[in-house]
Design a protein around this ligand. Structure first.
Ligand code: COA
Length: 261
């Protein structure tokens, strides 16, 4: 368990709070494990009928911790070992049976967006800004988002988000069907909690069957595997090395010298 993910259960809702605000809630391996375990365990906890994901600080999450990515690129032991066996949060999202609700405050980057595509209800505040800049980091889509994002918003918009890093603001997120509604910043958590509690009060079998009928967990897991192979290769690539070094050195990356595949 890590102090970077807080857990609390009340009124049938398990609330998971990302709690690493000094690093913009960038997700570490321990945080993925804690989130994945909590979502998996929710299925067997009779007190939990809905999971709510929210975040402390001024943004939802800056996505995967880039220093963990850089460690994999450099072939460093623990992070490298830890990536074998896949990402526990993504695996849990693919097979989740418990309804998931998200309250997105401010920015969400990378996996902070792709996880929303597995949530059943999404609330964003006025400052929400969604980006999936995988290609800017020389990476590729994950969490089955190469399937879920184009099917949700269309190919052209998804390509622009993935490859050009197009930022989607709160209104657009609702218009494009990524989020249910925009809530004022001060009301975001209460709005999302009310929705989660409303879900938790519904007949549980009917809710579970409805969610199951709307999803294809086998197809999602297959897509995650396919993406994961490319993602792992790209993580170790020279172009990713340049992207991670640029982030650490707070400069723009220069891909003009890396070879074409
Ligand atoms: N991984 C690791 N550390 C991160 C991080 C990430 N994804 N995102 C932010 N941080 C750290 C910064 O390095 C900084 O640490 P420091 O105080 O020790 O220097 C701290 O969090 C604050 O970030 P900062 O960049 O100063 O905040 P900002 O408000 O100016 O910008 C972002 C916020 C999200 C725009 C910017 O941090 C960013 O672009 N992060 C990377 C996002 C990304 O590409 N994620 C991977 C997607 S696949």
């Amino acid at each position: 368990m890590t102090e970077h993910v807080l857990r609390e259960t009340a009124n049938g809702v398990l609330t998971l709070t990302l709690n690493r605000p000094d690093k913009k809630n960038a997700l570490t391996r321990d945080m993925y494990q804690a989130l994945g375990d909590a979502i998996d365990q929710a299925e067997f906890d009779r007190e939990v009928r809905c999971v709510l994901i929210q975040a402390e600080g001024d943004m939802f999450t800056a996505g995967n911790d880039i220093s963990d990515f850089a460690a994999v690129n450099a072939g460093e032991g623990p992070a490298n070992e830890a990536r074998r066996g896949g990402n526990p949060l993504l695996a849990a999202l693919a097979r989740a049976k418990t309804p998931l609700v998200a309250a997105v405050n401010g920015r969400a980057v990378g996996v902070g967006v792709t996880m929303l595509l597995h949530c059943d209800l999404v609330y964003v505040d006025e400052d929400a800004l969604l980006t999936t800049p995988f290609v800017n980091l020389a990476l590729v889509p994950e969490a089955a988002s190469s399937l879920t994002l184009p099917s949700r918003i269309g190919h052209a918009r998804a390509f622009s988000m993935f490859v050009l890093g197009e930022a989607v603001d709160a209104q657009k997120a609702v218009a494009w069907g990524i989020a249910n509604e925009v809530a004022p910043k001060a009301e975001l958590r209460a709005r999302a909690r009310a929705a989660a509690e409303a879900v938790a009060a519904r007949p549980p079998a009917a809710v579970a069957i409805t969610k199951a009928l709307m999803r294809d967990p086998v197809g999602l897991a297959e897509r995650m595997d396919r993406e994961g192979r490319h993602f792992s290769d790209q993580l170790k690539s020279p172009e990713a090395k340049e992207a991670f070094a640029a982030f650490a050195e707070k400069r723009k990356p220069d891909f003009s010298k890396v070879g074409h595949r």
